[in-house]
Design a binder for this molecule. Structure first.
Ligand code: CP
Length: 325
């Protein structure tokens, strides 16, 4: 594997999930793979879980790790070609990428959607420049449109609880309100991965928030949230801004004042229509907006287990990338 961005990059998903179980049994058994190899983790945006879990995964595999916060201490980077650099940006990404590649063997990139131009975001301009110009294996640590390390961890978490369900688990991805415009990376990846997983998958959101078919495919969409949640085994809550599928001019917008959307906040009333579902969220989460305190703190909440499984998903992915060197 030279690039990790989409579920297909892992090949057979059940083999990858079995590998995750193997990592869980002993996460240090491939320590020889990373000796004298360096992972460079580049953050254009903030992070808690991705930063820590990916470093830990690299250490599990015996790697050295360099973390670069591009916006704190590095030269400010220009990312567009053909511009006259007479502003505050001192270095171009097209020099910076091959320079950074001199010092490492594998590169992880976090670069969120900018919401300036839908095409730029959905073409993954930043990530693809790393793929094209670094000459190194590259993996997404949440990019403009995807967050595969997160949803791989989420799927590992669902698999751990599959046996508690009565048959094939029903997994519901539910939009929830938020005061700020958030990217679509997590819901895009969640839809893409759940469509490949052995689950009954349903998406619920207010009209106008339809995910790009590239990720949602023919997944079932139910606009009535309560109807969607009925008999769910797993409720995955997440906010996302307008993906601009039907109205490109609305891309990246919050379509309605969140005060009018608080019925979508996951509370006990929502959980009561499920089949005693587990509550899931990628974190960080805004309590009182996405979910109420009692639900996230309750016995069916898996949010900490999901975060723990970030180390497992990252170990599998880095192991596969090391094996490709
Ligand atoms: N879920 C997730 O990626 O968390 P961070 O943004 O803190 O890395």
């Amino acid at each position: 594997m030279k690039v990790f961005q989409h579920v297909q990059d892992l090949g057979d998903l059940s083999t990858a999930l079995a590998e995750a179980q193997e990592v869980k049994r002993d996460r240090y058994q491939w320590k020889h793979l990373g000796v004298n190899k360096t992972a460079l983790l580049i953050f254009f945006n903030n992070s808690l879980r991705t930063r820590l879990s990916t470093q830990k995964a690299a250490m599990n595999l015996g790697m050295n790790v360099i973390v670069l916060d591009v916006n704190q201490g590095a030269w400010k980077l220009e990312t567009e070609r053909g511009v006259i650099m007479d502003g505050d940006k001192s270095e171009h990404l097209l020099e910076a990428i091959p320079v950074m590649a001199q010092y490492c063997d594998i590169i992880g990139v976090r670069s969120f959607a900018r919401f300036e131009n839908r095409q730029d975001d959905y073409e993954e301009r930043i990530l693809n420049q790393f793929v094209l110009y670094s000459g190194r294996p590259v993996f997404a640590m949440e990019t403009a449109t995807v967050h595969p390390l997160q949803v791989f961890a989420d799927l590992i978490t669902i698999e751990s609880h599959r046996r508690e369900c009565n048959g094939r688990p029903k997994v519901v991805l539910s939009w929830a309100p938020h005061p700020k415009a958030l990217p679509q990376a997590v819901p895009n990846s969640f839809a893409q991965w759940m469509r490949q997983a052995d689950v009954d998958f349903v998406i619920t959101h207010p009209e106008g928030y339809e995910l790009d078919p590239l990720f949602a495919g023919n997944a079932r969409v139910e606009y009535n949230q309560m109807k969607a949640l009925a008999d769910a085994d797993f409720v995955y809550a997440k906010n996302w801004s307008c993906p601009g599928v039907t109205r490109p001019e609305d891309y990246g917008k919050v379509l309605d004042d969140y005060h009018t959307m608080m019925d979508w906040t996951i509370d006990q009333r929502h959980m009561d229509v499920t089949r005693d579902a587990h509550f899931m969220h990628c974190l960080p989460v805004r309590r009182g907006m996405i979910v109420t305190d009692d639900v996230i703190e309750g016995p069916r909440s898996l949010v900490i287990e999901e975060a723990g499984n970030r180390e497992i998903s990252a170990t599998v992915v880095l192991k596969r990338l090391l094996e490709s060197l």
